[in-house]
Ligand binder design. Structure first.
Ligand code: SAH
Length: 361
């Protein structure tokens, strides 16, 4: 087992739908058992095998031991006035991760975490402060969506989109990510349209190529944050391993190979990357590419020094990009009152050593 591997637990939610069907047949179960379980897990969102009443008790007992349903322990739950909810969820080995629900006019979106901590080291991000602890298994990533959906079931709401933008670098946990995406999109899984799912990467070039080759309809977002190597390396040390030219080549490969528009994420940091000259350089870099720029007002993290760009400067930045024909939006913010940005809750809990302090209900 590798140093960062997820614990070796065969959660039922860690199997792609087809793999699950094959596994149960190999195990000697009747072929329809697999579909019964899928329907209980993803259709009815039960949280135990005991509730799967059309499966004989003896078989349920075997399945519960071999393929447990993941249990996420609700260690903290913060509810924002705008409907955003943020959880700190405990895993079976005691680690804790963050999951966020955002309510939009068009539906409910869940932000999932793919790793406990992160080793990418972006200087503005809270998730990476304690380094990487371990990867999540696909079953643990799926469990986050189920956890949120169970709460939404009480008000007859539905998770309609997913952003893989929680803590961690999804492309450093590629196999689990791909299994997770297949379960989310499968008709017998969560049945969420691939176009309603976005995966964000810091620019792990070889995996961007792999992802393009999957020809998935899932949207790819690239965290760029700077238009040149010197500044990008300062903000994102991963740029040393995968410099801008290579990242842009991979981005172009992705667009050409999938025909899909790439999202470019750019967090505006006062006087760091938000000057008109940066906007001009960014426009130049993205010229002629099928992209959408999403500008994010940086979330100020206690441990980090970056400040937000004043509104007038955000508008000036947007104006430059639009004038140069680049499709640009500014991300609407939610959950500001509950520190819903990447890694903020977990970091504050780790720092204070007390979970209770973080609970503001
Ligand atoms: N590791 C992936 C996905 C996780 S973060 C990635 O880097 O893309 C999702 C987005 O939030 C990324 O664009 C990330 O750079 C950005 N982000 C991280 N910390 C932020 C902060 N303090 N303010 C604004 N955006 C932030």
């Amino acid at each position: 087992m590798g140093r960062f591997d997820a614990p070796d637990v065969s959660y039922v939610t860690g199997f792609g739908v087809e793999a699950w069907r094959e596994r149960l047949v190999v195990d000697g179960f009747a072929a329809y058992r697999a579909d019964q379980v899928l329907s209980w897990v993803y259709g009815k969102r039960v949280s135990s095998y005991a509730e799967m009443t059309n499966i004989p008790r003896a078989e349920r007992d075997v399945l519960a031991v071999r393929y447990p349903l993941p249990v996420l322990e609700e260690r903290a739950k913060l509810c924002s006035r705008d409907g955003t909810v943020k959880w700190l969820l405990g895993l079976s080995d005691g680690h804790a991760i963050e999951t966020v629900l955002m309510r939009h006019r068009y539906g409910c979106s869940v932000c999932v975490t793919t790793q406990v901590g992160c080793r990418i080291g972006c200087t503005f991000c809270a998730s990476t402060i304690g380094g990487l602890q371990r990867n999540l298994g696909a079953g643990e990533i799926v469990a986050q969506v189920l956890h949120v959906q169970r709460m939404l079931d009480e008000t007859k709401e539905r998770v309609s989109s997913i952003v893989v933008m929680g803590s961690g670098e999804p492309f450093e946990n590629f196999d689990a990510l791909v299994t997770f995406l297949s379960i989310m999109t499968h008709a017998d899984g969560m049945a969420i349209g691939a176009r309603h799912i976005t995966v964000s990467t810091s620019g792990i070039v070889p995996r961007m190529i792999d992802f393009a080759r999957l020809r998935s309809q899932v949207t790819l977002a690239l965290s760029l944050h700077a238009p040149d190597d010197a500044l990008r390396t300062q903000l994102m040390p991963i740029n040393r391993a995968y410099p801008l030219a290579d990242v842009m080549d991979a981005a172009k490969y992705y667009i050409a190979h999938t025909g899909r528009r790439l999202t470019i994420e750019y967090a505006l940091m006062r006087d760091v990357n938000d000057r008109v000259a940066h906007a001009e350089a960014l426009a130049q870099l993205l010229k002629g590419m099928l992209v959408h720029v999403n500008l994010i007002p940086v979330n100020t993290v206690r441990e980090r020094a970056y400040e937000r760009t004043p509104v007038a400067d955000v508008q000036a930045f947007v104006a430059v990009l639009r004038r140069r024909g680049i499709n640009t939006t500014v991300r609407r913010e939610q959950g500001h009152d509950i520190a819903a940005a990447c890694g903020q809750l977990r970091a504050s809990v780790l720092a204070s050593g007390a979970v209770r302090d973080a609970v503001a209900e």
